[in-house]
Write a protein that binds this ligand. Structure first.
Ligand SMILES: Cc1cc2nc3c(=O)[nH]c(=O)nc-3n(C[C@H](O)[C@H](O)[C@H](O)COP(=O)(O)O)c2cc1C
Length: 306
């Protein structure tokens, strides 16, 4: 399906002072100056809202923007744009370095309004062609997270049963499908232990006992569905830390949902969406004295100048 590029911008020519600021920031040549006034002369729009945000005289309106996504229930934000360089980068990096995958949560519910705020933080992310075809599904309480965890547990029980069959692993490998054998080598044992632990003590090695979770999905027709969802996810992780919440990505659940569409149906995910991140969320029951380090990264500088 083609992306909707319908122009929703309107310009009040009485208010427009013809400064051209909207034209400078428009990525789609939607606007140009006609007789000294900004006018809609293009045929398509990204609905990115750049023109309205650049207009100092309040002459521009862009329909299709959900204002409620910029209103947070638990904190206030400034409406003014923060100019480049006008933020304390050391604070920002300290936040990034302090975010940790949290695997121990307090037995304390997270207010739904806080989870809603996290989603609103998520959607501040960029998206390919500004299509914003992401979706966020909130599991608001521990019993919902547990029910979902049990469904995922059933998936892994079945997968482990298949992976136990040596003949099947060998056969699949022979026909160029080594994934079941790889799973057996890398995950079978730990998943088996996790499932046994869950049966015996209800120790939750998937969501680590988190009292809430957020699933981030994208429509497959989006131009960059994975990138969009994962950029929103990183915003949520950082926002959660700033709010006082711990988070942990649960990759095992994403892979289960991508392997077995029935889990997506159980979850009510529309057929045209795929899940890219599952985030456990809750108040952390852990603290650190310092930030952690990183392994050496592959960093290359390619100077192609002649
Ligand atoms: C795509 C992805 C999937 C992950 N899945 C899991 C998971 O299933 N269970 C878990 O405990 N941690 C999971 N993690 C967390 C990583 O183990 C963690 O990010 C990594 O060890 C670095 O630690 P940090 O997040 O505290 O910086 C996942 C992380 C990513 C990026």
């Amino acid at each position: 399906m083609a992306l909707d590029r319908t122009i929703t911008t309107t310009i009040d020519s009485d208010l427009c002072i013809g400064c051209g600021a909207c034209i400078e920031v428009c990525p789609h040549e939607t606007i140009s100056l006609v007789d000294g006034k900004a006018s809609i002369t293009g045929t398509t729009s990204l609905i990115c809202d750049h023109c309205r945000a650049a207009c100092e005289s309040g002459a521009i309106r862009v329909d299709g923007i959900d204002e409620s996504l910029s209103r947070f229930a638990n904190f206030k934000t400034r409406k003014e744009w923060l100019p480049h360089g006008k933020y304390d980068v050391s604070e920002l990096v300290n936040l990034m370095q302090s975010r940790r995958s949290c695997r121990k949560y307090l037995d304390k519910p997270v207010d739904k309004s806080v989870l809603d705020d996290l989603v609103k933080i998520g959607v501040t992310a960029p998206s390919g062609s500004n299509c914003q075809m992401w979706s966020f599904t909130i599991l608001p309480d521990r019993s919902s997270v547990k029910a979902f965890g049990s469904r995922i547990g059933t998936f892994f029980e079945n997968l482990n049963r298949l992976a136990e069959k040596k003949w099947l692993r060998t056969l699949l490998k022979l026909v160029g499908k080594p994934q079941l054998n790889d799973y057996y080598l890398n995950h079978y044992e730990s998943i088996k232990e996790g499932l046994e632990e869950w049966d015996k003590t209800e120790k939750d090695l998937l969501f680590h006992g988190a009292p809430a979770a957020i699933l981030v999905a994208s429509k497959e027709e989006a131009s960059c569905p994975a990138e969009d969802a994962l950029l929103a996810t990183q915003n949520i992780l950082l926002g959660a830390h700033a709010i006082g919440l711990g988070t942990c990505l649960v990759g095992f659940v994403v892979s289960a949902m991508n392997k077995d569409r029935k889990i997506c149906d159980y979850f009510g995910l529309p057929d045209d969406e795929s899940v890219y991140a599952v985030i456990a969320v809750g108040y952390p029951d852990e603290e650190y004295a310092t930030v952690t380090g990183r392994k050496p990264a592959a960093i290359r500088t390619v100077n192609l100048s002649p």
